[in-house]
Write a protein that binds this ligand. Structure first.
Ligand code: 4NP
Length: 165
């Protein structure tokens, strides 16, 4: 039994606006944790590399897609990534390469191993990015949900393999 198991493991999902992809990831991952009985072991949050939508609820299209699958995003509010997030969170999961690059610029060198790209936890999908759905149609939001559902299952398996739950 590792010492780490006594401590809450903290996961932060990051996209550009924190109104579409990362709130979906936060909601889907929390729902998975509840279903696995792990909600009190892993803390989940999300944030944006931009501050464009701070204080806003998730995009109505993301909320609708998630609710259709039984996941409620309505209580979430957008916030920007803060410098303290790099120390606070154990797994900082960027939705795409652009956001990962931005996080790498801001993250202290000694904490860079905490940075991940979401789809690296679902290698079978063969995708680099969770595509930005903001300027597209409803099918984009459905696709985002599916990519995130698969990736977050892989993320939980990684956290378990790492001995962090
Ligand atoms: P997100 O989507 O990064 O998944 O929250 C976006 C939300 C807003 C904008 C772009 C992407 N925007 O340009 O305002």
């Amino acid at each position: 039994m590792s010492a780490k198991k006594d401590k809450l493991t903290k996961v932060l999902f990051v996209c550009l606006g924190n109104i579409c992809r990362s709130p979906t990831a936060e909601g889907v991952f929390r729902d998975l944790l509840v279903r696995r009985g792990l909600a009190d072991k892993i803390l989940v949050d999300s944030a944006g590399t931009s501050g464009w939508h701070v204080g806003e609820a998730p995009d109505a299209r993301s909320q609708q897609e998630a609710l259709r699958r039984g996941v409620d995003l309505s209580e979430q509010r957008s916030r920007a990534v803060a410098p303290s997030d790099f120390e606070r969170f154990d797994y900082i999961v960027a939705m795409d390469e652009d956001n990962l690059r931005e996080l790498k610029k801001r993250c202290p060198k000694e904490l860079q191993s905490r940075l991940y790209r979401c789809t690296e936890f679902a290698p079978g999908l063969g995708l680099r990015d969770v595509p930005d759905p903001y300027y597209g149609g409803a099918d984009g939001f459905a696709r985002v949900f599916e990519i995130i559902a698969e990736s977050t299952r892989g993320l939980l398996a990684t956290i378990e393999d790492d001995g962090n739950v």
